[in-house]
Structure formats: structure tokens, C-alpha cells
Design a protein around this ligand. Sequence first.
Ligand SMILES: [Zn+2]
Length: 480
Amino acid sequence: MRQPACVQVLSNIPNVTERPRLMEIRLTNTYAREKQVFEPSDPDRVTMYVCGPTVYSYAHIGNARPPVVFDVLYRLLRAKFGADHVVYAVNFTDVDDKIIDASQETGEPISTITQRYEQIYREDMAALGNLEPTFRPRATEHIGDMIALMEDLAAKGHAYQGESGLWFHVPSMETYGRLSKRNRDDMIAGARVEVGADKKDPADFALWKAAKDGEPDAAKWDSPFGVGRPGWAIECSAMAKAKLGETIDIHGGGQDLIFPHHENEIAQSECAHGGKPFARYWLHNGFLSMDSEKMSKSLGNVKLVHQLLEKWPGEVLRMALLSAHYRGPLDWTDALLEQSRATLDRLYNALRRMSDVVVEDVEPPAGLVAALCDDLNTPQALAELSRLATEANKAKDADKPRLKGELLAGGALMGLLQQDPDQWARGDDSDAARIDALVAERIAARKAKDFAKADQIRNDLAAEGVEIMDGPQGSTWRKV
Ligand SMILES: [Zn+2]
């Protein structure tokens, strides 16, 4: 029997064998600009690709929105189709102009830079509670796949050689622009359309960029189109094909990638594969702003995931990222973070009050599942969790196993509430170690009958919101 996703996460809950009875999933397909029922080509192998980071610096919190949003979709798909029947790929772009620039500025080898930031990215994403995708392909490991794709495009008359590399000829594809619904003038005016004296058409884009003098060997490969490196979009087309196949069910990413990046991925893949659809459902998340302003280096308001994690638990950041519907904008503020922490405190407190309740059988609550199946309505799903917590706080003992089970299973579907509630109440580990040490010092003081010192420690901890509880097994503490 297939196992729902929550089984793996909720290892502490026994006897969960039934697949949740999930309703149909409806997703807003950017192609249609409306919600459509999601039907995979093959329910035994549901495929999803999301454009990953270029690994030359830290990810900012805006970069973290797609991985968290699409992780919730990944969990939902696993619950519906079975954990072994969903294949999810997120790439690493580890060859790029920005990486070369970083290497030339610092003198560090390219691989040192990309390995370092890949590792940091993996740690940041794990701290945000994301499951590890099935595949994390690196661009540099798929250069051969990219060359094969380009040879196909050249043979079919969609690509031509220029002095600065190999170009995709946009007028060779009649349906180019279908995703972004841009007309030709808009496309040519598009800010990221590349300049090139050897282009036949202003809308043409680079598949392969000829190496320039002085560029490091680590960013150069031999190819039938000369020594050079791939353009960004061909990387995604080739990695999606290598890991998932010629047609994928869902392709996700930020709205800012619709044009030209995703439009170019479609052009390359569909022209190389004789018009076969590249992605059947395109999902795009909205922008993240910072205190109502655009996040930008020039405004100095860029918040890195890494920095935020020093101050906030990853689960608070995740809750904040899921507090708005993924398609809409999200305004990142301290108030949002405080609010998210307060909500999690409330949910974990409800679980803590039920710590002795044994959960025997569990399905995610219907209201929460319905919300997620309706185009990933995470604000509604979070409201369902809060409603369950309120109900649990007032519930009779007989109802508690169900309510606890629903809170945990619903939380698992969103990547939330999987920590020990006592651990959550105690706060982060470094703080916990300090408080543990003070509590031990107080016990020693009491043994030595130094009650003034013992009381002083208790009062100091109380002043910072830590309550010591003396019991027959010794002293424990919690944050209040
Ligand atoms: Zn991409």
C-alpha cells in the first residue's frame, strides 16, 4: 500500500496506513491564468521542476519563497499520489557570469565558491523545514545534455552560430510568447533581452556563450559550437529532461522568471522535441516586499535567510512565508515575524497540553486539505490549524486523540508542528544550554543551602520569561 507523506514525518504516530482521501487538486496555471484541475500525465510518476539558485552568494528571504511554497505542493502531491510516485527536481546553477565575476573579484576558484554556497543553501532550506527534493542536479554535470539539446535545435533550424556563440532564433517558433502573453514589441523591449551584434533578430537569445579572454578554465567547455559555456535557460531545459523527461507535469518559479527565462525554456524544449509540451502546468509565486518597499541592494533592505535564522527559528520564517497566498504579494515585516511566532507558540501550547494523549489513527483534517487542494490556499489552511488548537484547548478527553492527530497530520502536510512541543517552549538550543546551566547552578546552590543565590537565579530567569518548575524528578523549566 502506498504511504501518505505524513507517515514518514509523523514517525511517532502509529498505525497510519491509509492514504488520506484527498479531493482533486486545483492549481492556477499561468498558461490559462485560471484554476484548473490538476491531472498528471502518469499518476504513478508525477513530475515537478522548480528553478533553483545560482550559487555565488547567500539566498535572501525572497529567494526562499518558491522553495517553501513548492515544498508544500510537493507534500500535497505525495499525500495524494503516494510518496514514491512524485519526482521533484530543483537545480543548482553553478556556472554563470555572476559566479565568474565573483571568482575574478576574490581570486577564489569557481568550485570553492559554488560548493560553499550550495552547502549554505542546503542548510538554509533544511532549516526552513523543506523536504529534500528527489533530485538536485548541478548545471556543470549536465553540459553534455545541453550540447545534445543544442545540436537538436541547430539541426531543426531553430539555432544558428554567431561569433559570440549559438543563438536561438525566436521567429522560428510561432508560439513563442504564449506563457508571458507578450507581443513582439514587448519582448524586444524586455529588460533582460541580450544585446549581441551577431543576432539575426533582436528577440533571439543565447544558448551557448563563447568564452572570452581571461575567463577561468573552470567555466569553459568544448562543444561543436566552440569553447564556451551554456546560457541560463538551456541549463534548465536539459536538467529537466535528464531528470524528469521531455514533458513535465508542473514547472514552478517566481513571477519574475516568466519572461524571458521560462519562455526560453519552453522554446528550447518544445522545438527540440518536435512540439511536445514541455510543462503542462506553470505555477508562479508573487513578489516579496520589505516593509512595503522593493527589496534591493541599493535600498540596503535585503534580508538573508542566513541572518534571519540567527534571530528566528526556521519554522517561524516558514510560517511567515506561508501566511499569504503564494500568488499574491507578501510584505515582510517584523510584525509578521512576531505574529508568526505567536501563532506557533499557541499551536505548540495546544499540543503540549495534550502531551500524554496517545494518537492512534490520523488523517489530515478535511478543512485543511480542502484549503491546500484549492490552489494551495495556505492562509486558509493555517486558519484551520488555529481553529483546531482552539477546539483542542476546550475539548473533552475523548476528543483529544483525534484533535491532536489532526493538528500533527495537518501540520505535517505544511511542514509545520513537527518539533517536540516542550523543546519548542524551551526555545533555541544555544539559549537552552545557557538556561540549563543556570538551573543546574541553582540546584547546586540549594544543595549548599545558599538559598539567597538560588532565589536570585530563579528571579533573574523569571525576569527574562523563564519559569522553573521543581518536581519529584528534579527541576525543569519553560518559557512563559
Ligand atoms: Zn529555470
